[in-house]
Design a protein around this ligand. Structure first.
Ligand SMILES: [Zn+2]
Ligand SMILES: [Zn+2]
Length: 700
C-alpha cells in the first residue's frame, strides 16, 4: 500500500468570489485526494490527503490552472498527520477577527452567460441579472467579508430550488457563485415614469422604445444610475445636456461590440483589447468624421469615450435599441452619481423622463473607469468600476498601516498595509456634502473590508482641502503632510514598481507648494520618501485668485503683461475683455489678490485665451483640452523657452520662462500664422522645454 500524506494549503490573493473553492474541489476530486477546502478571512484554506504524487500534482495545478478572475499573491503549505479521509468536502466559511482577504472587482458578463442569455431554451433566457462564478457584480454589492451571499446586497433574495441546486453542485459553473439567481428568485426590472408610476409593457422593450423615441431614460446599472439617450438624436442629446446643466463636457457612448465601435472611432488592436476586457472601461478613441453621433455628445472634441455592455441588462437594452446610446453618470452637473433607489427619483427629477430600475441594492457608488491606449499599453485616467478594489502591489512593504486622504479634485483615497495599496473608487470633487459623505463612508468601508486600522495618515499640504481637514481631525494617528506634486510622482513610481530617485515632471493645474505658493509646472528630483525642487515654470500672478482659474483671459492678461508690458493691448483677447483688462493688469502688477503660481495649467489657459479658444471655462481643464484639439499634429515647429538660474550658484530651482512661449504665440498671431500651427508650436514648445530641462541642454 502506498504512503499517504496530508498537506495544509493556504492561498492568499483575490481568491473569494472567483470560483476558487469549486476549482480546488474539482482538482482534488480528479486527483482522488481527500480533504477539504474553505474560505476564511485570510483567503482560501485547504487540506489535501493522498499519495505524495497526487498531492504534488495538486500543488502544481493550483496556481497554473486557477480560475480566470483569481489573482494569487501567495501559496503556503505545511505538513499534517493524515487522518484517513477519503472524501473531499467544502467547509463552511469561517468568520474571524482578522480580515485580510481580497474582494474582487465587478466583472463583465462572461461568454457562457451571454450564450445562455440568448438561448430561448435556457431558464435564464433574456434575464437581466444572469451571472456566474466568472462574472457579475462583486465590489458594488459587498457589504462585508468574507464574501458570502448574506454579506452582499443579494441577501434579500432567497435562492429557488433550481438555483440552490446549482449553487451547491461542485460540478456546476455556478457552484458557490454568491449572486446566483434566476427569473424565479432573483432581482426584477421595473420601468416607471418620472413620478414613479409603473409603465405598461415588458420593461426592457418599453424602455428601448422610449429611447428610440428620443426620451431621456435613467438606467440603474452596477455602480449607480446612468442617463441614457439615443446617441444619434440631436434633440435628445441636446435635451440631456440642457437638463443636466452640463454645457460642454463630453458624454460617453455605449455600443454593442467592437465592430460597432469601429464604425464610430478608430480602434486599434490595443484599444479593442481594452474595450472588450472584462473590466469594460470607457475607452477614449479618435472619432471618425460623419459617424452619425449627434453633435451635442462631445462638442468640438476629436475624441469620443466608448464602452461595451458590461451587465446583462446593458446587453439586452442595446440589442433592443439597436443603435449606440449615450450612457452618462446619473447626476446634475458636478454632483456624484446617484446610486440609492430612494434618491434617484428625487435627484434626477426634471432630467429623466422614465426610470429603468431593479430591486438589487447598490452598496457602493462606483463610476465607470476611463482609460486610453498609449503606445499599445493601457493608460488609466479614472480607475474605478472593474478595477477597484484590486490592490496595487508595491515593492516596499508598508511598515505601518497607512491612510492617504488624497486631494480635492477627482479625489480617491488609499489604504495601505504590508505591500498592498488599496486605492479607492473615484470619489469625485470634494466640494459638496454628498461627495464628502462618499469619502468618509468609503474610508470606513475599506477599513472594514481590508481590516486596516491606519496608524499613519497622509494628507495634502493644502490646508483648505476637505480631505486635509478630515485628516487633521483624526486622533491617535501620526500625520504626514505630502506635497501635491511629490504625491503625483511617487504614485507614478509605485505604478512602475520603482523607488527612484528620478526627475519627476508634474504639469498640473494647482498644488500647494512648500513655500505657500501655488505650484504646478514642476521638475522634482524625487524618490518615494522625499524630493528636491529642481526647476519650475517662472511664477506669474493669478489676478483674482480662483477667478483666474474660471476665466483664462485673466491669465492671458497676467502673462502678456509679464512678457511685454508695452505691447499686449492690441490683441483680440484684450479687446474682448477691455472693460476689466486694465484693472486685472494692475492687480497682477501690484500683487493684490494675485497669488503667484508656477502652474502649467494656467500657462495653457493663458495661451488658449490669447488664441481666442476660450475666455471662460465650464469645466476643469476645458481651455487646455480645446487648445490641444486645435493643434495640427503635422506641424514640427516648437517655440523655445529660456531656462535660467535665478541666483547664479545659489542652489535655487531653475526658472523656465513661460512668458517666452506666450510672446511667441502673440507674435505669430499678429503676423497671421494659422492658429492650428500656433497651437502645435506651443505644445511642441512645452515638450521641448521638458526635454531641455531634464537633459540639461539649456538654450542660451
Ligand atoms: Zn458568467
Ligand atoms: Zn432561482
Amino acid at each position: 500500500m502506498s504512503q499517504r500524506i496530508r498537506t495544509a494549503v493556504r492561498v492568499e490573493g483575490i481568491v473569494q468570489g472567483v470560483g476558487f473553492r469549486p476549482f480546488v474541489y474539482g482538482l482534488a476530486t480528479r486527483l482522488g485526494l481527500g480533504g477539504l477546502v474553505g474560505n476564511d478571512v485570510d483567503g482560501v484554506f485547504a487540506e489535501v490527503e493522498g499519495s505524495p504524487a497526487a498531492v504534488d500534482a495538486f500543488l502544481a495545478s493550483l496556481a497554473a490552472d486557477a480560475p480566470p478572475l483569481a489573482r494569487i499573491d501567495r501559496i503556503t503549505t505545511a505538513a499534517m498527520p493524515p487522518d484517513g479521509t477519503a472524501a473531499f468536502s467544502i467547509a463552511p466559511s469561517q468568520p474571524g477577527p482578522q480580515r485580510r482577504t481580497l474582494v474582487s472587482a465587478d466583472t463583465a458578463t462572461c461568454a457562457d452567460c451571454l450564450a445562455e442569455l440568448a438561448d430561448p431554451d435556457d431558464r435564464r433566457h433574456g434575464y437581466a441579472f444572469i451571472n456566474c462564478t466568472n462574472c457579475g457584480p462583486r465590489f458594488t454589492i459587498v457589504r462585508d467579508v468574507p464574501y458570502d451571499r448574506p454579506l452582499t446586497t443579494m441577501a434579500g433574495f432567497a435562492m429557488c430550488e433550481a438555483c440552490a441546486a446549482e449553487y451547491h453542485d461542485p460540478s456546476d459553473r455556478r457552484f458557490h457563485a454568491q449572486p446566483v439567481c434566476c427569473p424565479a428568485c432573483g432581482p426584477r426590472l421595473a420601468l416607471t415614469d418620472a413620478a414613479g408610476t409603473p409603465l405598461p409593457g415588458e420593461p426592457l422593450a418599453a424602455a428601448a422604445r422610449l429611447l428610440r423615441e428620443g426620451q431621456v431614460l435613467a438606467v440603474k446599472g452596477l455602480g449607480g444610475y446612468h442617463l441614457a439617450v439615443d446617441a444619434s438624436s440631436e434633440p435628445a442629446t441636446a435635451a440631456l445636456r440642457a437638463r443636466k446643466h452640463r454645457e460642454d463636457k463630453p458624454f460617453a457612448v455605449m455600443v454593442p461590440g467592437v465592430a460597432a465601435a469601429r464604425r464610430l472611432c478608430q480602434v486599434d488592436v490595443a484599444a479593442a483589447g481594452l474595450l472588450a476586457s472584462s473590466r469594460r472601461p470607457i475607452v477614449l478613441l479618435a472619432r471618425r468624421p460623419g459617424s452619425g453621433v449627434a453633435a451635442p455628445v462631445a462638442p468640438g472634441n476629436r475624441q469620443l469615450g466608448l464602452m461595451l455592455p458590461y451587465t446583462p441588462l446593458h446587453h439586452l437594452l442595446l440589442s433592443e435599441v439597436a443603435r449606440p446610446i449615450v450612457l452618462t453618470s446619473g447626476n446634475v452637473s458636478d454632483e456624484p452619481i446617484v446610486y440609492a433607489d430612494g434618491e434617484a427619483g428625487e435627484r434626477l427629477h426634471g432630467i429623466a423622463d422614465a426610470f429603468l430600475t431593479h430591486d438589487r441594492p447598490i452598496e457602493t457608488r462606483t463610476d465607470d473607469s476611463v482609460v486610453r491606449a498609449f503606445r499599445g499599453r493601457e493608460m488609466v485616467l479614472r480607475r474605478s468600476r472593474g478595477y477597484v478594489p484590486e490592490p496595487l502591489r508595491v515593492r516596499a512593504r508598508f511598515a505601518r498601516p497607512v491612510l492617504a486622504c488624497g486631494a480635492e479634485l477627482k479625489n480617491t483615497f488609499c489604504l495601505a498595509k504590508d505591500n498592498h495599496a488599496f486605492v479607492s473608487h473615484h470619489i469625485g470633487d470634494l466640494e459638496n456634502a454628498e461627495t464628502l459623505r462618499s469619502f468618509t463612508e468609503g474610508i470606513e468601508h475599506f477599513r472594514r473590508l481590508f481590516d486596516i486600522t491606519p496608524e499613519v495618515v497622509a494628507h495634502d499640504l493644502h490646508p483648505e482641502y476637505l480631505s486635509t481637514k478630515y485628516a487633521l481631525e483624526l486622533d491617535g494617528v501620526q500625520l504626514a503632510g505630502v506635497q501635491h506634486h511629490h504625491a503625483h510622482i511617487a504614485s507614478c513610481l509605485a505604478d512602475n514598481q520603482a523607488d527612484g530617485p528620478v526627475i519627476g515632471v508634474a504639469f498640473d493645474g494647482t498644488g500647494y507648494g512648500t513655500d505657500g505658493t501655488i505650484w504646478g509646472g514642476e521638475f522634482l528630483i524625487a524618490g518615494t520618501g522625499g524630493f528636491e525642487r529642481a526647476a519650475h515654470l517662472a511664477p506669474v500672478p493669478m489676478p483674482g485668485g480662483a477667478a483666474a482659474i474660471r476665466q483664462p483671459w485673466r491669465m492671458a492678461a497676467a502673462y502678456l503683461d509679464a512678457a511685454d508690458p508695452a505691447g499686449c493691448g492690441d490683441l483680440d483677447v484684450a479687446r474682448r475683455n477691455q472693460r476689466l483688462w486694465p484693472a486685472v493688469v494692475s492687480m497682477a502688477r501690484r500683487g493684490v489678490n494675485a497669488p503667484l503660481t508656477s502652474s502649467a495649467g494656467r500657462l495653457f489657459d493663458a495661451v488658449a485665451a490669447i488664441m481666442g479658444v476660450r475666455d471662460a471655462i465650464n469645466y476643469e481643464g476645458q481651455a487646455a483640452v480645446e487648445l490641444e484639439q486645435l493643434a495640427d499634429p503635422a506641424e514640427p515647429g516648437a517655440y523655445r523657452a529660456a531656462i535660467t538660474e535665478p541666483d547664479a550658484g545659489g542652489g535655487q530651482p531653475l526658472h523656465i520662462a513661460g512668458t517666452d512661449l506666450v510672446r511667441a504665440v502673440a507674435e505669430d498671431l499678429t503676423t497671421g500664422t494659422d492658429r492650428s500651427v500656433i497651437a502645435a508650436r506651443f505644445h511642441n514648445g512645452v515638450a521641448q522645454l521638458i526635454t531641455d530641462c531634464c537633459c540639461g541642454s539649456v538654450p542660451a
